[in-house]
Design a protein around this ligand. Structure first.
Ligand code: NAP
Length: 337
């Protein structure tokens, strides 16, 4: 399905949590497409944290950074006022229930409320696979797609507060958008990797980094779905620009066992101390689940292959100084945590 090419590039999009891993790529791609971006950050005066955004092409002319916190309703109203669209991406990424649930859920409600007040064209909410797959009753042959929802009681019982917070926030967004007549589209990314624009290492990149620094001595007998950060950012833009887009969009490229991940990493980067031993050699190897990313492919997303994304993640970590450049001596690759 073609995107709406008649869209005026003079539109302004508010991106919440603009300095984060995924949001920084959204800002970059939006600026490249000619949009004006109002990016919310918690501290616009933190030059070290925001420098990568200010250095983006087009930022001087079309990027406005404004101060907003998810727990501060007024700040979100101010940021969203005058915008054509909102990409609501800011969220804590933690399993600490105190830090996670309230900002994720109430922040999302404030954003929908502010979007209704500002009469925006569309809100795109960054949810998560955590709102999709945490269901102990899903059969092994079920194809995971947008119809699947995590079981909130199961999330609570297993203390998966990140998944719980994202699922409750997504449900609240859908309910409130319906009540207030806001056009809401949801993107549900799986674990996101790929090149970093921001100076610090975010939680999903730690998942890869730990296999290269020597901090993980073994890998778990478990599976994980992966997608590239550039595809996640583009998915948000495509669902924004496609008039007929509605509902949820599962954003996933492949599901791998951890054993596959370490094998790919060790082949590309044999100099790093990548663990080759599974922590559980008793139980059978966990099998990947089947999934569908058809909805995003139907609106034009071509996914970056997982091997390429893993390779570029590591190269980016090296370039940003988070990983030493390989030498022959493995000991020199063990960085202090
Ligand atoms: N990375 C993944 O694998 C993945 C997968 C699925 C979904 N997601 C979702 O994608 C979004 C972005 O994640 P990310 O990986 O890019 O994480 P990230 O780099 O940690 O970015 C999170 C952003 O949210 C902001 N934020 C957190 N708490 C806030 C608060 N109380 N008020 C205002 N801003 C706040 C952070 O601001 P500060 O920089 O000031 O802390 C940061 O800009 C999140 O909604 C996450 O749930 C991520």
């Amino acid at each position: 399905m073609p995107v709406d090419s008649s869209l005026p590039s003079s539109q302004t999009i508010c991106v919440t949590g603009a300095g984060g891993f995924i949001a920084s790529w959204m800002v970059k791609l939006l600026l490249e497409r000619g949009y004006t971006v109002k990016g919310t950050v918690r501290n616009p005066d933190d030059d070290a944290k925001n420098a990568h955004l200010k250095a983006l092409e087009g930022a001087n002319e079309r990027l406005i950074l404004c101060k907003a916190d998810l727990l501060d309703r007024e700040s979100l109203h101010e940021a969203i006022q005058g915008c054509d669209g909102v990409f609501h991406t800011a969220s804590p990424v933690t399993d600490d229930p105190e830090q996670m649930v309230e900002p994720a859920v109430n922040g999302t409600k404030y954003v929908i409320d502010a979007a209704a007040a500002a009469g925006v064209r569309r809100v795109v909410f960054t949810s998560s696979i955590g709102a999709v797959t945490m269901d102990p009753n899903r059969g092994p042959d079920v194809v995971v797609d947008e119809s699947c929802w995590s079981d909130l009681e199961f999330c609570k019982a297993t203390k998966n507060w990140y998944c719980y917070g994202k699922a409750v926030a997504e449900k609240a967004a859908v309910k409130m958008a319906k009540e207030k007549g806001v056009d809401l589209v949801v993107v549900n990314p799986v674990l996101v990797m790929g090149p970093l624009l921001q100076p610090t290492v975010n939680a999903s990149i730690v998942h890869i980094l730990k296999y290269l620094t020597g901090s993980a001595k073994t890998y778990a007998n478990s599976i994980q779905a992966y997608v590239d950060v550039r595809d996640v950012a583009l998915a948000h833009i495509l669902v924004y620009e496609t008039p007929s887009a509605q509902g949820r969009y599962l954003c996933a490229e492949s599901v791998l066992h951890r054993g596959d991940v370490v094998e790919i990493l060790s082949k590309f980067f044999p100099e790093y101390p990548v663990p080759m031993k599974c922590s559980d050699e008793v139980k059978p190897r966990v099998k990947p689940y089947k999934f569908s990313n058809q909805r995003l492919r139907d609106i034009g997303l071509e996914f970056t292959p997982v091997k390429q994304s893993l390779y570029e993640t590591v190269r980016s970590l090296q370039e940003k100084g988070h990983l030493p450049i390989p030498t022959q001596n493995h000991e020199s690759l063990r960085i202090q945590s």
